[in-house]
Write a protein that binds this ligand. Structure first.
Ligand code: NAP
Length: 502
């Protein structure tokens, strides 16, 4: 089974031991990153394994390999030797592993390690990319049969991640650690067991003085608890959410909490993707059962689908894809998630005689416009790119305009309900309010599909003017319940949903 390796990047050994004590239950093994220690502390590493009380990897990572060590090679070799010196017959008192880079050839060091059972991890790191034939790279890494290979590269695209996964598969007979660093590589860390990687390195994210040991590392507690890393096996069903940049998504918390509560052997992972086509290729390579699709791929995913639900066809956007025997079927659960949430919020049974402004004309807006039309409402669609507003509005004979003075003027007749379907106002988004010049009169009901922060700048202004407001969290949960039904072929019990904490 793949193991979780807690990276210890404190400045002192005492601090590393504190971190270890605090996060011990999430880790199977630890990596002492000597390169992060202050110079005096580096001289006292020898007794660390017995103090740690779990297997420890001795690592002194050079800057060129993504570490912090900037001294000379001779001094680094001396430090490594110091860590392996005075080895004891009781192996628990020695380092369990020593990480030696592929280009470091010091026979005395290797001999010292082997004599008392310290295994060599023969590593290579590419902090800039994932070039070349990766399978050949893994095959050529180890200098002797008793070593474990480690290849850490930096995928620049999802296509690179596919190459990493394939290289891991092609070298199934080699005992190894294979991982992708950075945003795109995250999935190789969560699904280490599935790609045949023996370790997944993780850091504690909440400790200000403990830097992540490498870009893209997942919080150790999240890896163990949220993703239930230790329970992921060959029969675990894989689901996920995709989009770009995918910085804000509560879906992994929701689905993983549900899977844990009902003891389902499944995991739900974030998959930042640089194109819809490479997303589908990766999903097939890793055997995904289904995915939630978010910004900006709700329309781009359509050509990849073998089947589309009637709603997906009518709406022209898809937020859920399900893999049935290698063929993908697309659904749209935003639509019903949105309208159920809106009707609950407004206390209405339908939208007859209601006039609605929809801000935005992207994938979510398509579902919103479809439902407003279905419920008998009339709408004005305002969008930054006016032609998209026009195209969407023409489907339902709605009015359209830009986010400008003319658009604002038109809103006078469409202000019973205002719905923001753009990401403006979302945590991390540069633009904070999609309609800063609109003055609320206090009678509008305002819904924002964004749910983080809880009260967006648009909702704040509406609230201050006396409007009733609602964010997108309830919609998220409702559409996720429909997604669950599409993924699992059964309804999610309301009782369970009410108990989900995420
Ligand atoms: P999308 O297909 O990429 O469309 C984005 C829309 O927002 C486009 O109309 C775009 O205008 C507009 N836009 C983007 N940035 C803008 C800005 N800074 N100012 C003004 N307009 C801007 O994305 P989507 O899938 O529709 O998702 C949109 C938002 O809805 C996201 O924040 C998403 O998280 C949220 N959402 C929430 C739920 C939920 O369950 N609560 C469900 C679905 C979506 P252009 O056409 O000019 O590019």
């Amino acid at each position: 089974m793949a193991k979780i390796c807690l990276c210890l990047t404190g400045k002192t050994l005492a601090r590393d031991l504190e971190i270890l004590a605090k996060y011990r239950k999430y880790a199977d093994i630890a990596e002492l990153r000597v390169d992060c220690l202050e110079p005096d502390e580096r001289l006292m590493i020898r007794r660390f394994p017995e103090q740690a009380g779990l297997p420890v990897i001795l690592t002194i990572r050079r800057k060129a390999d993504g570490g912090f060590y900037s001294g000379g090679e001779g001094a680094r070799i001396n430090l490594l030797s110091r860590g392996l010196a005075f080895a004891e017959a009781d192996r628990r008192r020695n380092f369990a592993y020593v990480d030696i880079e592929e280009d470091l050839n010091v026979p005395s060091l290797e001999e010292a390690a082997r004599t008392f059972g310290t295994r060599i991890i023969r590593s290579c790191h590419d902090i800039n990319g994932a070039e070349g034939n990766l399978a050949e790279k893994i095959q050529s890494l180890c200098h002797a049969g008793d070593e474990m290979a480690k290849m850490a590269v930096t995928p620049r695209s999802l296509a690179d991640v596919i190459r990493i996964v394939q290289a891991a598969g092609e070298t199934a007979d080699i005992e190894k650690v294979v991982l992708g660093m950075g945003r795109f590589g995250m999935i190789t860390r969560i699904l280490a067991e599935r790609i045949g990687s023996r370790l997944s390195y993780a850091s504690p994210s909440g400790e200000k003085d403990i830097p992540p040991a490498a870009p893209g590392q997942i919080d150790v507690r999240e890896l163990a608890e949220l993703y239930r890393f230790r329970e992921i096996g060959l029969s675990t069903k894989i689901y996920g959410v995709t989009g770009y940049p995918l910085t804000v998504s509560d879906s992994p918390r929701f689905f993983n909490a549900v899977f844990a509560m009902e003891n389902t052997n499944a995991v739900y992972v974030p998959v930042p993707a640089d194109s819809a086509a490479s997303l589908v290729s990766l999903a097939e390579e890793l055997g995904f059962s289904g995915l939630s699709v978010t910004v900006p791929y709700k329309e781009a995913i359509l050509p990849m689908l073998a089947h589309r639900s009637a709603e997906t066809v009518a709406i022209g956007a898809c937020n859920t894809i399900v893999n049935s025997g290698g063929l993908w079927t697309g659904f749209n659960t935003d639509a019903r998630g949105f309208s159920d949430s809106l009707l609950d919020f407004s206390g209405l049974k339908n939208l007859k005689r209601r006039r609605v402004t929809i801000i935005g004309a992207g994938g979510a807006a398509r579902a919103v416009a479809f439902e407003i039309h279905r419920l008998g409402g009339r709408a004005l669609i305002l969008n930054r790119t006016v032609v998209r507003a026009r195209d969407l509005a023409s489907v339902y004979k709605f009015r359209w305009g830009g986010l400008d003075s003319q658009g604002l003027a038109a809103m006078g007749n469409y202000s019973d309900i205002i719905i923001n379907t753009t990401p403006a106002g979302m945590e991390g988004s540069a633009e904070r309010d999609p309609l800063p010049s609109y003055v609320f009169h206090g009678r509008e009901q305002v819904m924002d599909l964004v749910y983080r922060p809880e009260v967006t700048p648009l909702l704040q202004r509406a609230l201050a003017a006396g409007c009733r407001i609602k964010n997108g969290r309830d919609m998220l949960i409702r559409q996720a319940c429909f997604q669950y039904a599409a993924f699992m072929g059964k309804e999610l019990s309301g009782q369970l949903v009410s108990r989900v904490v995420f």
